[in-house]
Design a protein around this ligand. Structure first.
Ligand code: UTP
Length: 287
């Protein structure tokens, strides 16, 4: 199973990060010096992905601009000899073949994925949620692609979450295949306590076959009145093989303030250009 295409759904409203997200896409908020979505695109590229479709909406054209050339800025940097800045500005435009489509109505993640149908065609594809940054040695998408190739199956990235908060995620019914890889038998979105299958939840990464599109086209609105990808996955794992990969990575949900601040502080503490200063600054303010 060769996976060369990825879809990044980024058309959500970002209500947990208001008021900033009233006019700035949450995916464009900087985590230290790069917008959050660049980390996601880099993960895809480092996993062997060549073509990336970002699903946006009418308020998110800043994402498209970011992955394009910026002739005025570049000319000014060139003129003033700021070559490293020039390289930085160019790099984001040259990361991969970038494609964009708008989800015209915010009808949920499943509906957003459906917007990728003609881009994907008849190949398996990766999905990376636009606000989940993963830090790992092997990119999480690569971990999933490897599992999909090994089992000739769709795969979902999963980790254990506290049972006390599983109702905020989804819950997987699984059967162990090997260390860290499970067969996915069923999944339920935002389960009430009596419907929880396990404390494994799907977190932000998927490798799917195009069979998901036929399923999503027939999927009725579920939790929150939205077309849920999870409901589509519950169908998919019953007609085709699907594995759940307990991926090795630290995940930052930058779509909420706590995750966003954690990522910002931890990434800055590792960044040689600011870490010495930041440690001193935090020490000074630690009282
Ligand atoms: P979230 O659950 O994070 O929702 O979406 P949200 O709207 O982005 O943010 P909040 O909850 O209002 O703060 C999960 C993923 O699905 C995408 C989001 O962009 C995010 O990557 N999504 C969600 C869409 O692309 N379209 C939708 O209609 C809904």
């Amino acid at each position: 199973m060769k996976v060369k295409k990825a879809v990044i759904p980024a058309a959500g409203l970002g209500t947990r990060m208001l008021p900033a997200t009233k006019s700035i896409p949450k995916e464009m908020l900087p985590v230290v010096d790069k917008p959050a979505i660049q980390y996601i695109v880099e993960e895809a590229v480092n996993s062997g992905i060549e073509d990336i479709l970002i699903i946006t909406n009418r308020g998110k054209s800043a994402i498209e601009d970011y992955f394009d050339y910026s002739p005025e800025v570049e000319a000014s940097l060139e003129k003033s000899g700021k070559i490293s800045e020039l390289n930085l500005v160019r790099a984001s435009a040259n990361l991969a073949n970038m494609h964009f489509i708008r989800q015209k109505e915010t009808k949920g993640l499943g509906h957003s994925i459906l917007c990728a149908k003609s881009f994907v065609g008849n190949e398996p594809f990766a999905v990376l949620l636009g606000d989940d940054i993963m830090v790992s040695e092997v990119p999480v998408t690569k971990q999933l692609i490897d599992a999909s190739e090994k089992y000739n199956a769709s795969s979902v990235g999963a980790q254990q979450v506290d049972l006390g908060v599983i109702h905020k995620y989804c819950s997987l019914k699984i059967e162990k295949l090997e260390e860290k890889i499970f067969k996915a038998l069923d999944v339920i979105e935002k389960p009430s306590p009596d419907k929880v299958f396990s404390n494994y939840a799907i977190l932000g990464r998927y490798v799917l076959t195009p069979a998901i599109f036929d399923i999503l086209e027939k999927t009725s609105p579920g939790f929150g009145g939205e077309i849920q990808l999870t409901d589509g996955l519950a169908e998919l794992c019953k007609i085709e093989d699907m594995v759940a990969v307990d991926f090795d990575a630290k995940r930052y949900d930058t779509g909420n303030l706590q995750g966003f601040l954690e990522a910002t502080i931890e990434f800055a503490l590792k960044d040689p250009s600011v870490n010495t200063w930041l440690r001193e600054y935090l020490k000074m303010h630690n009282s």
